[in-house]
Design a binder for this molecule. Structure first.
Ligand code: PMP
Length: 408
């Protein structure tokens, strides 16, 4: 070591060492951890009946069938190899056929890119559409994963209230006429997480017309579309305008652990998202895509499977709503979801659901308090209940425990 080297070493050593925490970016330090994912750590205790996590039922995941598809495709050429960023061509073609049927206009395979879950699509949209300080419109209440994703992009979130028919598009129009200029409006129009609501047809047309007039994009997150209890779902917003990026996922109909979703939309957005995806993960799991391509080709078997999931969830939803109504009477207003995995309840007696959760955990039941889904800590008197993975007799017990917590 020369004299100069040792002098430099001494100078460096004399600087106070920064703690590792100080090395984190401002972006991530400012980000709130998801209250729900934090809650999951508590609710995994066996004595807790959890209606908190948004987990599909394990029996709604056809493990044997997927194991067979995995065994079949594993030795196919390329199954274990890197693959294209936009996704497996055959899988894109299957998704394009579904989207064509839903939208009522031809959607080609090139208008689809496969994502690592629809959550990745939210992240990519943040990267390709948002600059710090941009305005984004969300629903109140809104899907927490989207709020988190957009918060990372350092934007201003404007929350538009919902009622039983979804986002109040009249209030959206008012905000736009008053000068709000969002890059996009994010909605989960069908069988909402957390609100259980479905956006009415006239509001779908309204938001589409506003997108055309004011020149913003609609991000239509249709994760729950296939979980309709009576098998029907309204035409998507994308049926009324092309200014829509639609997100879909295999998570709710086959298996969330495979992490496969998709995005369709204007070519400019897709090309930019594909570029961002190159930098993010190169591509979605080749093996998972091949498995789902194989499974989706068995159309009858898939239809029977999805019909079974719908029946399972329809039964549980009805059971939970009835139990809440019978137990709480007028003290709770609960929606009756027409599909999906969530019921949203408001305590008309003004119960604050955050302290209620603490008492509920002591009684052995968990749910997610309303403020978790709000940009402003609102919805204090409301809560989300996920009925998807709780059998009916356990739902009765969960509501009985909730009633004890409410009374206590
Ligand atoms: N959007 C909504 C509305 C969701 O509820 C979820 C899952 N909780 C996602 C997107 C993400 O789903 P995935 O990444 O598994 O496709």
């Amino acid at each position: 070591m020369t004299a100069t080297d040792s002098a430099t070493a001494l100078t460096v050593a004399a600087l106070p060492a920064r703690g590792v925490g100080d090395l984190l970016s401002r972006r991530i330090s400012d980000l709130q951890s998801s209250a729900i994912r934090d809650l999951l750590a508590v609710t995994s205790r066996p004595e807790i009946l959890s209606l908190a996590g948004g987990l599909p039922d394990e029996s709604a995941m056809p493990a044997r069938w997927l194991a067979d598809t995995a065994a079949e495709v594993m030795t196919a050429p390329g199954a274990l190899q890197y693959s294209t960023t936009e996704g497996h061509q055959g899988l894109r073609a299957v998704i394009a056929q579904w989207e064509t049927a839903w939208r009522g206009r031809y959607v080609g395979p090139d208008e689809v890119i496969v994502n690592t879950g629809s959550q990745q699509a939210l992240d990519l949209l943040g990267k390709v559409l948002l600059d710090p300080g941009d305005d984004v419109v969300v629903e109140d209440p809104a899907y927490v994963g989207a709020l988190q994703s957009f918060a990372l992009a350092d934007v201003r979130l404007a929350a538009i209230p919902q009622d039983a028919a979804g986002m109040r598009t009249d209030l959206l129009e008012q905000a736009l006429r008053a000068g709000l200029r969002p890059k996009f409006v994010y909605l989960t129009p069908t069988f909402h997480n957390p609100a259980g609501s479905t956006l009415a047809d006239d509001r779908r047309r309204h938001v589409a017309a506003l997108a055309d007039e004011f020149g913003f994009l609609v991000v239509e997150d249709d994760a729950y579309r296939e979980l309709s209890f009576d098998g029907s779902a309204p035409a998507p917003i994308a049926a009324y305008t092309d200014r829509v990026v639609r997100l879909g996922t295999f998570s709710k109909i086959l298996a969330p652990g495979l992490r496969v979703g998709w995005m369709t939309g204007p070519v400019e957005v897709l090309a930019a998202a594909a570029k961002a995806k190159q930098a993010t993960d190169l591509h979605t799991s080749t093996l998972a895509q091949l498995m789902l391509h194989r499974a989706a080709a068995e159309t009858d078997r898939l239809a029977v499977h999805v019909a079974g999931v719908r029946r399972l969830y329809a039964g549980r939803a009805g059971h939970l709503v009835t139990a809440l109504q019978q137990t709480f009477g007028d003290a709770v207003e609960v929606n009756s979801p027409a599909g999906g995995m969530f019921a949203w309840a408001r305590f008309t007696d003004g119960t604050d659901t955050t302290p209620l959760l603490q008492r509920a955990l002591a009684e052995g039941v968990a749910f997610v308090p309303g403020p978790a889904f709000s940009t402003t800590g609102g919805n204090r008197d409301s809560a989300r209940f996920c009925f998807a993975s709780v059998p009916e007799d356990r739902l009765d017990e969960a509501v009985a425990r909730l009633a004890r917590a409410h009374a206590g």
